[in-house]
Design a protein around this ligand. Structure first.
Ligand code: ADP
Length: 401
């Protein structure tokens, strides 16, 4: 069975067509600048072992048009990988916010769409775009079952003592202000890969997802998320590409009251101009590595701060879990940046965490699970390539098979 996986943004659409029995990606692509001048689609497809790629500069007035073009590409004689549109029986949609109610993947119904719409106030950048994607895909693939996979769902097991903020109760009861957590699909996927690899069904792990966005999750021996570093929104926790992560909220009051800054300015600074970009001048970890190697002071400080924050969370999550069996690094930086992993694991032998520095450098960019701890390390250190699309496809399949 082929499952189409969709990640819709306000002006973009990422898609993958996955053959669920083999996990093979038959085709994938990205439509960009939807509704703007210069819109285009980059489409990749496989024939046997070979991968082909084509860029189409094509007017995409809206997401519905984009899906029609994508559907055409998937069945086209040259670029296609299926015979007819009807062969796609299920479409899995990434939806960022499922609120408290949606703790599991759902078949899309009018009620589910209404809930995604209502949750837009909690995820204003993502949920409306995800919903546009769902509506447009339903038009393009009317015979398929559409499924919503929520980024927040995996974190529904976080206990109240961990998800509540110590502010008056009405803000939780009435206004739904609590920690939700994100990147759930990735944390769940890499945890399950690690369980399989280590043959340890009761694994206690800390998953460390380090991409442009970054978050960590404490996962108990039952495979449940019990703490995560993002909170009400994705600004909390770790230092990211352009987001600050945790800051003292009094800084915001100071900026408003003493520096005459507007909330819009502050929002822009904390979301778009902070993190690695704010400290080292680039949000691309590769640029910052280069600067680090040249001895640039800001780049060195940036990596030190980045790793220090992660270490604080490792310590906190080891306490929350009462010890840990494995640290799991994943996503762009977690998988490919041996420097970041090395600094995160430095001087943690007191906690039983010992990185094998040579293995860590040699096993950079793995295509499957690798171990990079020393033989003496009590805690396993794993690098696990994430695959959110495959996880969405599997969860979709589980509902429709
Ligand atoms: P997103 O959150 O957008 O999915 P990714 O998971 O692709 O992000 O991660 C992007 C980050 O990974 C960037 O900071 C990039 O510099 C970093 N990265 C990717 N490849 C490498 C590499 N070979 N070495 C170091 N960092 C890398």
């Amino acid at each position: 069975m082929e499952i189409l996986v969709i990640n819709a943004g306000s002006s973009s659409l990422k898609y993958q067509l996955i053959h669920i029995e083999t996990g093979q990606v038959l085709a994938k692509g990205l439509a960009e600048r939807i509704g703007m001048p210069g819109s285009n689609i980059v489409h990749e497809w496989t024939k046997g072992e070979e991968v082909f790629k084509k860029k189409l500069d094509v007017a995409l007035q809206n997401h519905t048009v984009a899906f029609d073009v994508i559907a055409g590409l998937l069945i086209d004689a040259e670029t296609g990988v299926i015979r007819q549109q009807e062969d796609i029986k299920a479409v899995g949609h990434r939806v960022v916010h499922g609120g408290e109610h949606y703790t599991e993947t759902q078949v899309v119904t009018d009620e589910v769409k209404q809930a995604i719409r209502e949750l837009a106030s909690l995820a204003p950048l993502h949920n409306p775009a995800n919903l546009i994607g769902i509506n447009a895909a339903e038009k393009a693939f009317p015979n398929a079952v559409h499924v919503a996979v929520f980024d927040t769902a995996f974190h529904h097991t976080i206990p109240e003592k961990a998800f509540r903020y110590a502010i008056p109760e009405r803000f939780y009861q009435h206004d739904r202000i609590r920690a939700y957590g994100f990147h759930g699909t990735s944390h769940k996927f890499v945890y399950e890969q690690a369980v399989k690899h280590l043959e340890a069904p009761d694994l206690k792990a800390i998953t460390i997802h380090l991409g442009n966005g970054a978050s960590m999750t404490a996962i108990n021996e039952k495979g449940e998320s019990i703490e995560t570093s993002m909170g009400f929104g994705p600004l909390a926790g770790l230092i990211m590409g352009t987001r600050s992560g945790d800051i003292d909220p009094s800084i915001i009051f100071h900026m408003v009251e003493e520096m005459d800054m507007s909330l819009d300015d502050i929002k822009e600074i904390l979301n778009k101009q902070s993190g690695m970009l704010g400290i080292a001048g680039s949000n691309d970890a590769r640029d910052v590595i280069r600067l680090y190697q040249e001895g640039d002071k800001n780049a060195i400080l940036c990596y030190e701060m980045y790793a220090h924050r992660i270490k604080k969370y490792i310590g906190a999550y080891m306490a929350v879990l009462n010890g840990v069996d494995a640290l799991i690094f994943t996503a762009g930086i977690g998988e490919n940046n041996e420097l970041a992993r090395r600094l995160c694991c430095e001087n943690l032998s007191g906690l039983g965490i010992e990185l094998d520095v040579q293995a860590n450098a040699a096993k950079n960019h793995p295509s499957q699970v690798v171990e990079v701890n020393t033989a003496a390390s009590k805690v396993k250190i794993l690098v696990v390539p994430t695959n959110e699309e495959l996880e969405i496809a599997q969860q979709t399949y589980a509902l429709v098979k």
